[in-house]
Design a protein around this ligand. Structure first.
Ligand SMILES: [Zn+2]
Length: 231
């Protein structure tokens, strides 16, 4: 009966350490373990087990909290790095686009933003003149010959650092096309009929046309062009 009683007490002790037994049962357990070493040992053991499981539970919690914080920090770090990289890429893109649009890309100067000065005729019949942007900066002049009708265009970046300097080498010379395969003094394939400023397919304005008298080029200019041709 005594053994049986201790078994019953140990069932009660299990409930007692979990705080699940009634007040009266609790008091009975407390009384019993004072006088029964076996049940007192069982009580201490059960209590220790609970402590251990509580501690390891806390540790686990702390550990998982640490991992959670770490992964949050890592995610935040990755997000920050990503945002910074994106911002840097965007900033670089804006800088390069601005530099390109302002300093590198050349735009066709409109008719009213360029002047054609010192138009004259050389002894070989070619027409020479200067194309001077109103900005006073040097433009990139291109000439296209469409069967004796010439289209002159002048391109310049929005921000241009090269000043225009009036020199014979800066003159544009419109020379009627000659046959490059013919030996000796080649006859022009066609005359210079007209010179326009502007795009072939877009707006173009007349600079000069055949029949309009031009002053003769200065000797200096003739010599310069001779020199340029020879070299
Ligand atoms: Zn007992």
């Amino acid at each position: 009966m005594s053994k049986m009683t201790c078994d019953i007490y140990q069932d009660l002790i299990a409930l007692y350490v979990d705080g699940l037994c009634s007040e009266d049962s609790g008091k009975a357990v407390e009384e019993h373990i004072k006088s029964c070493k076996k049940c007192a040992d069982a009580y201490r053991q059960m209590k220790n087990e609970i402590k251990v499981s509580e501690i390891s539970g806390e540790e686990r919690e702390e550990n998982s909290e640490f991992k959670l914080n770490l992964s949050k920090t890592w995610k935040r770090f990755k997000r920050n790095v990503f945002l910074k990289v994106m911002a840097a890429v965007l900033a670089l893109g804006i800088i390069f686009t601005s530099v390109y649009c302002l300093f590198i890309k050349s735009y066709l100067l409109p008719w009213d933003k360029v002047r054609f000065e010192n138009i004259c005729m050389l002894s070989d019949g070619s027409v020479a003149f200067e194309v001077i942007p109103d900005s006073g900066k040097k433009g990139d002049v291109k000439v296209i010959d469409i069967g004796g009708t010439f289209y002159v265009t002048c391109f310049s970046p929005l921000i241009n650092f090269t000043d225009y300097v009036s020199e014979p080498s800066d003159y544009i010379r419109i020379k009627p096309e000659t046959d490059p395969y013919e030996t000796g003094a080649a006859e022009p394939v066609h005359d210079c009929e007209a010179i326009y400023y502007g795009d072939i397919y877009g707006q173009h304005d007349l600079i000069w046309e055949k029949g309009t008298q031009l002053p003769k080029a200065s000797e200096e200019l003739e010599e310069e062009f001779e020199f340029l041709i020879e070299n």
